[in-house]
Design a protein around this ligand. Structure first.
Ligand SMILES: Cc1cc2nc3c(=O)[nH]c(=O)nc-3n(C[C@H](O)[C@H](O)[C@H](O)COP(=O)(O)OP(=O)(O)OC[C@H]3O[C@@H](n4cnc5c(N)ncnc54)[C@H](O)[C@@H]3O)c2cc1C
Length: 492
């Protein structure tokens, strides 16, 4: 049985591997000149590494980590401390440091460290932030589902005074490329619940090298060693139907490719353009038009000296960048001779139309105001990356429009970080989870066998299960004490 895979990003390469392992013949076509999609990297004219964008890994990426383990490349992720730095004007650092204590005390300790040094919001407001986020950790799955009906901003305004959740904004922007007043509350709280779930899950991992270097080559070698075929510069230009099946796929407007089954690992924005009109008789495919593009840009800046020795992720408010890292500290064996800042610029709606040099000038001015040592430093070079950017915007209500991996067409399956999964609204774990689930469905539908690939990540619960009963017992005891006092008072 032959499968044609459309798109060679993370979900496409993982699907190819999964289907080869099932014994299928595999062919993969990719429009770009490199494989890896948004999780890729390349070298510039000076031989310097350019990442498509700063990517971080988390320990709760259970399926991605299993996939990397299977490929023998899990050591290509370097794990750092469980801390995040906030850089504030004038070089004032604040840190959110998760302690090695049982949950939820590890998170409480982290908020305490933030409280001491974060100056963007008055401390009394940060207490509301802590209470709000602490409550969210205990939400049931059902309650979380309901939160897809409102924005994070709406959720926040019911719990705290204005701006109390400002420290969350860079994380929200960096993860979803969307402001908090637009993003689904469910999406953000789901992420927060995972990061704050146990003392280890806030640990951030970085690619030990170019983002694509750490995984793409190994995957291609695996695919080719099993007889799979991969081609670059082959853009799918139409998917051709015959009744309830895909008959063929046209590539580069002229070549017709056929297979027994087809897996789209294209982004929704590409897929909906190559589907034929009749596909939109199905609500399933009409749903693809609900996806709105959230743009991003990536910026790398090489300085002639060190600006900081922090080797984890930075967050900053009110800048065109929000999440960034100094890769000369993260990967000192690769980036030598001065700081190299790699920054995600998002939401980029208001800057993507600007020329590179203006974007760089704005970013540099902001870096200088956050890192006083940058005022003396010379910039050796910079690079704005515009290719392979963006994610879909996880607005309230989007979860129901994410397509399931089994389509209504008999021989078409979908994978990709935007397709339906409970793990997250997108990201590399979603890309792998959906590629795995797609293969699980194909095994069931076409080979008549059960083939389980995905695993469920389970946080260490710590003392969290005791919190609710303890609060109830506390409230009952307080009620009893009050009643006793009232009875005593009445007797007197
Ligand atoms: C700035 C930025 C920062 C990010 N940071 C993180 C992070 O820190 N952690 C994290 O987990 N995730 C992060 N992500 C998301 C992560 O990159 C994606 O979730 C993941 O790479 C998605 O893989 P995919 O295969 O689903 O899609 P893609 O990587 O988009 O793959 C789709 C492929 O289809 C190809 N294609 C498109 N149209 C056609 C066509 N017509 N014919 C043939 N091929 C076509 C594309 O060229 C591409 O190779 C980030 C993304 C960006 C943009």
């Amino acid at each position: 049985m032959k499968a044609l895979i459309l798109g060679g990003g993370m979900s496409g390469l993982a699907t190819a591997i999964n289907l080869l392992d099932l014994g299928l013949e595999v062919e993969l076509v990719e429009a770009d000149e490199i494989f890896g999609g948004r999780a890729s990297s390349w070298k510039d004219e000076d031989g310097d590494m350019i990442d498509n964008a700063l990517h971080v890994f988390f320990p709760y990426y259970a399926n991605l980590l299993n996939f990397f383990r299977k490929m023998g490349i899990e050591d290509n992720i370097i794990w750092k401390q469980t801390e995040f730095y906030y850089m504030q004007e004038g070089g004032r650092e604040a840190v959110l440091r998760f302690a090695n204590l049982p949950a939820p005390f590890h998170a409480a300790a982290a908020f305490y460290t933030l409280l001491r040094s974060y100056t963007g919001v008055p401390r009394w407001k940060l207490l509301f932030t802590a209470a709000g986020m602490g409550g969210a950790v205990m939400y049931s799955e059902r309650k979380l589902e309901k939160l897809d009906e409102m924005t994070f901003g709406q959720w926040a305004v019911r719990r705290a005074p204005v701006d109390a959740f400002l420290p969350m904004e860079p994380g929200i922007n960096g993860l979803t490329f969307t402001p908090s007043w637009m993003v689904s509350a469910k999406v953000m709280l789901n992420w927060f619940r995972k990061v704050a779930a146990d003392p280890d899950s806030a640990r951030v991992g970085f690619a030990n090298g170019g983002l694509g270097d750490i995984w793409v080559g190994t995957c291609l070698d695996y695919i080719h060693s099993k007889g799979g075929k991969t081609e670059l510069r082959k853009a799918v230009t139409s998917i051709n139907l015959e009744g309830n099946r895909v008959r063929s796929v046209t590539v580069n407007g002229e070549e017709e490719r056929t297979a027994d089954l087809y897996v789209s690992c294209l982004p929704p924005f590409s897929l909906r353009r190559v589907l034929p009109r009749e596909a939109f008789r199905y609500q399933y495919f009409r749903d693809l038009w609900h996806f709105q593009y959230a743009p991003s840009l990536s910026l790398q800046v090489w300085f002639d000296r060190k600006l900081t020795d922090v080797d984890v992720t930075f967050f900053s408010n009110n800048c065109i960048f929000n999440t960034y890292a100094d890769l000369s500290n993260v990967l000192p064996h690769i980036f030598t001779g001065g700081s190299m800042f790699e920054m995600v610029l998002s939401p980029a709606d208001h800057i993507e139309g600007l020329p590179d040099e203006i974007i760089f000038d704005i970013a540099l001015e902001q870096i200088r105001s956050l890192f006083p040592s940058a005022r003396e430093a010379q910039v050796r070079k910079y690079k704005v990356v515009r290719e392979r950017q963006g994610v879909y915007r996880p607005l309230p209500g989007m979860e129901k429009h994410r397509p399931y991996q089994r389509s209504p067409l008999d021989n078409l399956y979908l994978a990709g970080d935007y397709t339906r999964t409970h793990v997250s609204s997108g990201g590399m774990e979603a890309a792998i989870w959906t590629a795995n689930h797609c293969a699980e469905l194909i095994a069931l539908d076409k080979l008549g066998k059960s083939h389980i690939l995905n695993v469920e990540w389970k946080p260490k619960k710590g003392l969290v299960p005791l919190i609710k009963p303890a609060t109830r017992v506390g409230a009952a005891l307080a009620g009893l004490a009050l009643a006793r006092r009232m009875v005593k008072g009445a007797k007197r």
